[in-house]
Design a protein around this ligand. Structure first.
Ligand code: BGC
Length: 291
């Protein structure tokens, strides 16, 4: 049995549990610590360390992050402190915990978990997992293999990022009833269906707990849509699966400047210097030409 600690960094809570990666079962009760105000790197790192200590864990640790994670470096921060952008967060967590840490985007982790132990089990071909919560996260999986960092919540739709229009937070902010939200979700899914033709859509995140409210309303002509099966545990389980996949592999080198500069900054910085979020930058609406 391989036991790996999975940690899920979310907007309101940071949760962890040891996972048996052969079965996807949690081997102890989840431990949750509220996300520190502003979710700054140094504060979140302290909580991650506390979770590792709580479980007295010494082996590999898988950690999710709600933004782009490329080779251990966090590259976007849509719903967390801007100080994460360009940070070698993998190194930060590794140094703080002394463990072999592996970092993955939160939706990618949920995708791996759903594909292996949840609603995607036994489904061949292209599975798209979407997590509807504060934002919208996406995971694209083909025959069990993940294409990381698809960031489809930032697809430009109706003059906005899709997540600011169709996420669970948008449902609450815009005071939508389930029928109204479902219409938005279907518009978004239809667009994704046109672009990717997945064999299955799995709907996860906060919204998956309320599946009885939208299940009959969110349907598509071509693709099957099902609620996620692992609910709150998908991030923790997927993080552990990812750490298991990566544990034997050599980590690709990071540019020296990223590593040194940002680890140091995150330990000392009080107020984050604003850096451009590449997601927002890349998907910004083109400026209107003045006549
Ligand atoms: C982020 C994604 C993340 C999703 C869900 C989005 O705003 O850009 O990386 O997966 O929120 O947390």
């Amino acid at each position: 049995m391989t036991v790996i600690l999975g940690i899920d960094i979310g907007g309101s809570g940071i949760k962890g549990a040891p996972v048996d990666t052969a079965t996807g079962q949690l081997l102890a009760e989840r431990w949750r610590i509220p996300t520190p105000e502003g979710a700054k790197p140094a504060d979140v790192t302290r909580v991650v360390k506390e979770l590792v200590e709580h479980f007295q864990h010494g082996g590999p640790v898988g950690i999710t992050f709600p933004g782009i994670v490329q080779h251990g470096v966090t590259l976007s921060a849509a719903n967390v402190d801007q100080g994460w952008i360009g940070l070698d967060a993998d190194r930060l967590f590794t140094d703080a915990t002394g463990c072999d840490v592996h970092l993955i985007n939160d939706a990618d982790a949920a995708g791996l978990a759903e594909a292996k132990f949840g609603a995607g089990v036994g489904v061949p071909g292209v599975v798209m997992v979407l997590t509807f919560g504060t934002g919208i996260g996406s995971a694209l999986i083909n025959d069990g293999v993940l294409v990381p960092n698809t960031e489809l919540g930032h697809l430009w739709l109706r003059d906005k990022h899709a997540e600011s229009w169709a996420s669970d937070r948008a449902r609450e902010n815009d005071d939508l009833n389930w029928k109204q939200w479902s219409k938005r979700a279907v518009t978004y899914l239809q667009h994704l269906e046109l672009l990717f033709s997945p064999d299955l859509f799995i709907i996860g995140g906060g919204i998956s707990k309320k599946a009885d409210r939208w299940r009959d309303l969110v349907t598509l002509e071509r693709s099957q849509v099902v609620p996620a099966a692992l609910l709150n545990d998908a991030g923790i389980v997927g993080a552990a699966l990812y750490a298991e996949l990566e544990a034997g592999r050599e980590k690709p080198p990071r540019p020296a400047s990223v590593k040194a500069q940002h680890v140091e900054q995150s330990a000392t910085r009080k107020t984050g210097t604003k850096k451009a979020d590449p997601v927002k930058k890349a998907t910004k609406a083109p400026a209107k030409k003045s006549k």
